[in-house]
Each structure stands twice: as structure tokens, then as C-alpha cells.
Design a protein around this ligand. Structure first.
Ligand code: 6PG
Length: 472
């Protein structure tokens, strides 16, 4: 019996995805460049080995899959994917589908899609979120490609995806790079979520003098409320863990330099290209970059001192911190969804916002109860320009904004950095300001460059009385 699908690349993510596929009753052919890895994987597959066809050559692999053949590639993003497609192509025949399940840049996905267009082969760019555990037991899956190619793989993909109230966290989102674009924005939001939690952790640690385990307990409490989410849950667990090679909390022994592989940065680059403000996400990416400048920060502290002031984390203060995080989180998600809605127009995708919120409710790293509320809000108003303009979210922002304002004010006074929280606050404050200050910018532009401006009264005079030659 032929396999329903093939998979190339048995690294941790690929291997887990393959086991998940087999476990859900699908036959799968697997191939890895180094054949020892294939043998090892097969030997450790246990009862699932019945549904796995380990292949040592490309010929064997291709022959093992039922045409038209869907082939998942799960390897390092970038050039390796192009090399793999190049290597695979001569073996493929009409209708076969190459599926890139890595964290690809969606521009690459669009190019690869185009390169296969008209050859009889098709390309799917598939965002997979949920880390190693998700891949093994149920990720969130964001698919971009042709609807026909999705129809061929839909059964397998929905069988392995996470479920929220029995609904699949897997969907076709649009043509070519739509899936990878949505995954990129997912990661941008993931960066913002993580950074904001980190900032609150910093206020509790450096401003309120709380220990890691005390902060863990606070997060544990919040996880039962409106902040309930995977990232708060793991933060609680992380803060509770002890260092197995020392006698303190694990987190206190970890170097404060965050890595990044590119998706957060891409989400900011695309937001800029599309002229959509994604300031909270930008702040999160910049904060990771600043974190990596450890030696500069150490030197700067010697010059400027740290001397942080106090943050109130007693009853009302703690409640403010919880609500502040919630308000800022809404800002980051509103920005991420706004970027997707603009991209949808720019790239002709018709991205379905309610569906995206839906398939993020379980499986992925940013999964939360909160995304169910976003699903409801977007389902009622799918074309709303900004999440915070929906009745449910404008009510939440109104309730939580005073807390965010107090927390940011206290942090600023104390000298503790809150770049993402304060960006979210300024975003709200700018967004709700009917009369802004760009009139002065327009006047400046007109003064030095005769750029012209529009008048509030609609009169047909477009230059100011700044001097010779500029008057109309
Ligand atoms: C996920 C994660 C996952 C990975 C990213 C981000 O959704 O499962 O986003 O894809 O953690 O690559 O990693 P960096 O933090 O290293 O950029």
C-alpha cells in the first residue's frame, strides 16, 4: 500500500511531524539525506513503524507515495530549501505537490510558487507552529497554495492539527505565500507577547524585589484569568524551575541575551513596507537586539548607574500589572492583524481574519483563550479596520487602559525599561486622537521643501506664508 504523503528532513521537527502523521492513521514515506538518521528514526518509531516507509534513495521514496504526491520538506529555511527542490524536481511528475513546512520568508515562498507554476507541479508554503511538542501532538497549521493542492492534503493535515472545541487548527488561508506570511506575523506577535511578559517580570523583579518563584506564582494566578495562555503558563513553569547545577532558580542563572532567527524581524520589515504601524512588535524585536549587546549594557550601567526606583506590586498595584499586560497584548494583536489585513490587499490573498484567529486558538505558541474572543469579534465584523474598534475589544481597552498608563508611568519614573508596553500605550493614545500633531509636520515639510498641505476648510491654498516663493 502506497503512502498518503512523503516527508524529507528528519530533524526534530520533521521527525515529530512524521510520527504525528503516522499516529493519526496515515501512511507516510520518509527520507533523510543521511540514511543513518532514517534508520534510527524508523527503529525508534515503535508501534507506528507499520505506517512508516523508510526510504534510502529518492527513487524508492517517490515510488512509495500515492500520486499526485504531496511531499513535505522540513529542513533549515533559506538556500537549503531551494537546493532540496532542485534535487527533487527531476523525480516529480504532473500534479505532485512540494510542501515547505519550515519558517520560510514568504517572499521566497512566492518565488518558489511562481517557479513551479506552469510546470505541472505545485508548491505549498505551510506555516507550522507549536514547537517540538506541537509538531508531535498537534500544531497549528497555516496553509498557502492553490485550493486544489490543499484539497489533496487537507485530510492528512487536519488529522494531525491541534483542535479547539473539536475544530481543526488548520486552514487554507490563500495563494502562494499566504500561509508563511501569517506564520511570520504569528511570530511577530509571539515576540511582542514574550517581551511584554518579560517587561512585567522585570518590574516585579527589579522594581518590587520579587523572587523568581514569587513571580512564577503571580503568573500562575494570572493564568487562571483573562491572561490565560500558553506563554503565561510556561513562564510560570520556567520561573518555578531550580538550577540542577546550582542551588538557585534556573532563570537567575541564564544569560540575558535573546536569540532570534528572523521571523520577528521580517514581520516588522513587512509592516513598514505596508505602512502599518506595528510599534509593539518593533519594540520587541529591538529589545532582543539590545539584549544581545551585553557588553555595551554592562559598560553603560557603570557610567549611568541603574538605581531603579520602586514598583508597587501590592493588591491594587498587582491588579494594575495584570491589566496593563492585558491592554498591551490587545495592542500587539491589533497591530499584527492590521498588518495582515493590509498584506491581504497588497498580495491579493483575501486573508480570512476570523479563520486565522480560530486556528491560533490551540496548537501554536501564542495560543490562548483570548484568541477565542478575537475569533468572536472578527466573526461578527470580518472587515473591521482595527481589532480595537470592535465593541468587545474597545470595551476591554477602555477598562484596561488606565492600568497600562499607571504601570508605564511608574516604570518610567522608576527608570525600568518597558519598550513594548509603552509602545502599545502610545499606539492607543495616538490612534484615539482625532486631532493629531502632523499639521506641524506638514507645515515643516512645506517650509523646507514646498511639499504642500491640505487645509481643514478645504480651501484651495496649499502653501504657507513662510517666505519668498512659497506663497501661493
Ligand atoms: C512556533 C515558533 C517557532 C520558533 C521560531 C521563533 O510558532 O512554533 O515560533 O517557529 O520558535 O523559529 O524562533 P526565534 O525566537 O529563534 O526567532
Amino acid at each position: 500500500e502506497k503512502a498518503e504523503i512523503g516527508l524529507i528532513g528528519l530533524g526534530v521537527m520533521g521527525a515529530n511531524l512524521a510520527l504525528n502523521i503516522a499516529e493519526k492513521g496515515n501512511r507516510i514515506a520518509v527520507f533523510n539525506r543521511t540514511t543513518e538518521k532514517t534508520d534510527e528514526f524508523f527503529a525508534e518509531a515503535g508501534a507506528l513503524a507499520d505506517r512508516i516507509i523508510p526510504c534510502h534513495t529518492m527513487e524508492e521514496f517517490i515510488d512509495a507515495i500515492r500520486p499526485p504526491r504531496p511531499i513535505i520538506i522540513m529542513i533549515k529555511a533559506g538556500q537549503p530549501v531551494d537546493d532540496q527542490i532542485q534535487h527533487l524536481r527531476p523525480y516529480l511528475t504532473n500534479g505532485d505537490i512540494v510542501i515547505d513546512a519550515g519558517n520560510a520568508n514568504f517572499h521566497d515562498t512566492r518565488r518558489r510558487f511562481k517557479e513551479l507554476d506552469g510546470t505541472g507541479l505545485t508548491f505549498i508554503g505551510m506555516g507550522v507552529s507549536g514547537g517540538e511538542e506541537g509538531a508531535r501532538h498537534g500544531p497549528s497549521i497555516m496553509v498557502g497554495g492553490t485550493p486544489e493542492s490543499y484539497a489533496r492534503v487537507e485530510k492528512v493535515l487536519t488529522s494531525i492539527s491541534a483542535k479547539f472545541n473539536n475544530e481543526d487548527c488548520c486552514a487554507w488561508l490563500g495563494a502562494d505565500g499566504a500561509g508563511h506570511f501569517v506564520k511570520t506575523i504569528h511570530n511577530g506577535i509571539e515576540y511582542a507577547d514574550m517581551q511584554m511578559i518579560g517587561e512585567i517580570y522585570g518590574l516585579l523583579r527589579d522594581g518590587a524585589g520579587k523572587s523568581a518563584s514569587e513571580i512564577g506564582n503571580i503568573f500562575g494566578g494570572w493564568n487562571k484569568g483573562r491572561l490565560n495562555s500558553y506563554l503565561i503558563e510556561i513562564s510560570e513553569k520556567v520561573l518555578a524551575a531550580r538550577d540542577p547545577h546550582g542551588d538557585g532558580p534556573m532563570v537567575d542563572m541564564i544569560l540575558d541575551q535573546a536569540g532570534q532567527k528572523g521571523t520577528g524581524k521580517w514581520s516588522v520589515i513587512e509592516a513598514q513596507q505596508l505602512s502599518v504601524p506595528a510599534t509593539a512588535i518593533e519594540a520587541a524585536v529591538a529589545a532582543r537586539v539590545l539584549s544581545s549587546m551585553k557588553s555595551q549594557r554592562v559598560a553603560a550601567e557603570k557610567i549611568f548607574g541603574s538605581a531603579p526606583g520602586k514598583i508597587d506590586a501590592s493588591g491594587a498595584g498587582l491588579n494594575d500589572l495584570e491589566l496593563a499586560l492585558f491592554a498591551a497584548k490587545i495592542g500587539a494583536y491589533a497591530q499584527g492583524f492590521a498588518v495582515m489585513s493590509e498584506a491581504s490587499k497588497e498580495f491579493g490573498w483575501s486573508l480570512p481574519m476570523p479563520v486565522i484567529a480560530k486556528i491560533w486558538r490551540a496548537g501554536c505558541i501564542i495560543r490562548s483563550q483570548f484568541l477565542d474572543e478575537i475569533t468572536t469579534a472578527f466573526t461578527a465584523m470580518p472587515d473591521v479596520e482595527n481589532l480595537i474598534m470592535t465593541p468587545a475589544f474597545s470595551a476591554m481597552v477602555k477598562e484596561a487602559l488606565p492600568s497600562l498608563r499607571r504601570v508605564v508611568a511608574a516604570a518610567v519614573t522608576a527608570g525600568l525599561p518597558v519598550p513594548a508596553l509603552s509602545s502599545a500605550l502610545s499606539y492607543f493614545d495616538s490612534y484615539r486622537q482625532a486631532r493629531g500633531t502632523a499639521n506641524l509636520i506638514q507645515a515643516q515639510r512645506d517650509f523646507f521643501g514646498a511639499h504642500g498641505f491640505d487645509r481643514l476648510d478645504g480651501k484651495d491654498f496649499h502653501h504657507g506664508p513662510w517666505g519668498s516663493g512659497l506663497n501661493e
